[in-house]
Design a protein around this ligand. Structure first.
Ligand code: BTN
Length: 269
């Protein structure tokens, strides 16, 4: 399908009332939708600008990792937000995007993914996709934020590189249905737009929905910092999505997503 058609195809699946339908940008190939969204935002692109790519050459994950983004099998999407608030009020943005993605994936596939704290979308014990949020702050206010999401859609087991094959899944593998990336992309745009309207007014409900679907809670985990690995138990989430961890010596710490990553004691989850 040629690129102009792909943009129109995605638009045709988005409800006419969704204002972000008119601020959609399609890129057959891009380095990273997040990198380009941050750039466009710095140049003045409006709230609700959505970038979707058929393929990313340098897809980015959290904490400097890469995100495999092969042609035509996944959705690679970023949206620019201009929330006009201090950054402390936006700490739950990744969790809110996670809840929006549970709803979008469930709407098109019938399966509700869960989340592995803080930004991995999972089905069972395998990774379906991930979320990367970034923001630019000036004089104590968020100038703009970008939510980037990648979801594996049509891959089969052998399509993943060996280093992630045992850890990754796709909507096709999980549902045995071939859900088109453009249909999923449209549902993601709608769901993110609706979430943007309730981001502050319904923060409590959003965090509760995240908590209910967070597979990390109650698990034995390892808290990974660049120079240390510390075992603990994931006890709870605070109101901003910080993870409350209890250590074997009885001490407790709330860790933030910017500084640590978490692994299950016996594997990925
Ligand atoms: C992670 O798994 O740590 C997060 C992955 C986020 C990937 C998406 S794909 C669209 C957007 N552009 C990027 O470069 N990254 C995000």
């Amino acid at each position: 399908m040629i690129s102009i058609d792909m943009k129109e195809t995605i638009r045709s699946y988005i409800h006419a009332e969704c204002p972000w339908r008119d601020t959609l940008l399609w890129f057959p190939t891009i380095d990273s939708t997040n990198v380009q969204a941050m750039k466009l935002a710095s140049e003045g692109a409006p709230h609700g600008t959505v970038l979707i790519a058929g393929h990313q050459t340098q897809g980015r994950g959290r904490l400097g990792r890469s995100f495999q983004s092969p042609e035509g099998t996944g959705v690679y999407l970023s949206v620019i937000l201009r929330p006009d608030c201090p950054p402390e009020q936006l700490m739950h943005l990744t969790c809110a995007a996670g809840v929006a993605m549970m709803e979008a994936v469930e709407a098109v596939s019938g399966i509700r993914p869960q989340v592995k704290w803080i930004n991995d979308l999972v089905i069972g014990s395998k990774k379906l996709g991930g979320i990367l949020t970034q923001m630019s702050v000036d004089k104590g206010l968020v100038r703009y934020a970008v939510i980037g999401i990648g979801i594996n859609c049509l891959q089969q087991e052998g399509d993943f590189p060996p280093e992630i094959a045992g850890l990754a899944t796709s909507l096709s593998m999980a549902t045995e249905k071939a859900i088109k990336p453009e249909v999923l992309a449209a549902a993601m745009v709608e769901s993110l737009q609706k979430m943007s309207l309730r981001l502050f007014s319904e923060k409590g409900q959003i965090m509760e929905a995240y908590k209910q679907n967070c597979i990390t809670l109650g698990k034995d985990i390892q808290v990974l910092r660049p120079d240390t690995i510390r075992p603990g138990v994931a006890m709870d989430l605070d109101e901003d999505g910080g993870l409350v961890v209890r250590y074997p010596d009885g001490s407790q710490e709330t860790v933030s997503s910017g500084e640590v990553s978490v692994r299950g004691m016996y594997g990925y989850v």
